[in-house]
Design a protein around this ligand. Structure first.
Ligand code: MEV
Length: 335
């Protein structure tokens, strides 16, 4: 794109994701199911810059950095875009990337992967390149290793996907959905550290390999059941499966009293099931409900301390069509 001042700018986009089932255990080889949230978007702009320009810390989700110059900030999006330049043999230029992130940071909604994906796409666009999806995934993963420690790849896949996916050992397949329900996502307001949570789960699993084996087997069974329930449209049993997975995540040490209180509030308002989504230790809770009960579940979650909620009808989860209504308990911050 050429701006009004004649400057050439590359543009890249990506979006948030939510994991339905399989967070953490996916790092240890189980499948996981996730869906994109296109209504929480990221846009990145890339343009030529002076080599000495550095990074700026995120403010309101907006931040900037440079690649190909002297900036060495260790952020996932910068590492992914720097690696892109290296792989494409572009060595004689400094590029400034401005990221406008509409995803709340550190809430388990994939902000780091989405910002990396949008940044790489913007740098490619600036150089007139189209990145093939496998290469884009690899580049986002380079950034995710910085952000997560050891990333399974589910975030990198889901923030670039245009429909629900089943992810297993680095491969994502479209996931059929036959469910007419609603998912209510509630933000605890507490930032979680994926790296810290992933390291804690690893320690627990390493402490007792026999228990770890049976826990991961249980997780795989629940994820397979959830896949069948999603395609069969069995909302009640899917809710129960989500609750069983929440119990397993609590055993792994990534739930908190605040998350537990939100799960209880959602169930009390008639949700079929609820669980944390993403890395936990803060972040977001995901509740499954009948569409008609979604406003009540959402209100109950906010009364129990959620700072905002988003509602996603499951039948609209496909390709770029996710309508999402947001409510917040913080006056004046409606999204
Ligand atoms: C984070 O969204 C999901 C985790 O399973 C980490 C990963 O898979 O890389 C906690």
């Amino acid at each position: 794109m050429t701006t009004k001042t004649g400057m050439v700018v590359g543009i890249g986009r990506a979006h948030a994701k939510a994991i339905l089932l399989g967070e953490h255990t996916v790092v240890h080889g189980t499948p996981a199911i996730a869906f994109p949230l296109p209504a929480l978007p990221v846009r990145a702009l890339a343009r030529p810059a002076e080599p000495g320009t550095g990074s700026q810390v995120p403010a309101d989700g907006h931040f900037r950095f440079t690649v190909g110059g002297t900036d060495t900030a260790l952020s996932g999006p910068r590492v992914a875009a720097e690696e892109a330049l290296r792989r494409w043999g572009i060595t004689d230029t400094t590029v400034e990337v401005v990221v406008e992130c509409g995803i709340p940071l550190a809430r388990g909604l994939g902000s780091s992967a989405a910002c990396a994906g949008a940044a790489v796409r913007a740098v490619a666009d600036l150089h007139g390149l189209v990145v093939e999806s496998g290469e884009l995934y690899d580049l986002v993963q380079c950034g995710e290793q910085v952000a997560h420690g050891r990333a399974s790849g589910i975030d990198a896949s889901a923030v670039l996907a245009n429909g629900p996916i089943r992810f297993h050992q680095g491969r994502a397949e479209p996931m059929p959905i036959g469910l007419d329900a609603a998912l209510v996502i509630a933000d605890t307001g507490v930032p979680g550290s994926t790296q810290h949570a992933v390291a804690g789960v690893r320690r627990r699993l390493d402490e007792d390999p026999v228990r770890a084996g049976s826990l991961l087997e249980r997780a795989s069974g629940l994820i397979e059941a959830a896949g069948d329930e999603l395609s069969a449209g069995a909302a009640e049993s899917l809710g129960k499966t989500m609750l069983d997975f929440q119990e397993l995540l609590a055993e792994l040490g990534v739930s908190t009293p605040h998350i537990d209180a939100l799960v209880t509030a959602a169930l009390g308002a008639g949700a079929h099931g609820a669980k944390l989504t993403g890395a936990g230790l803060g972040g977001c809770v995901l509740a499954l409900t009948e569409p008609a009960s979604a406003p009540g579940v959402s209100a109950a979650l906010r009364r129990a301390g959620a700072v905002r909620t988003w509602t996603v009808p499951t039948r609209a989860m496909h390709a770029g069509a996710t309508p999402l209504s947001a409510t917040t308990s913080e006056p004046g911050t409606h999204q």
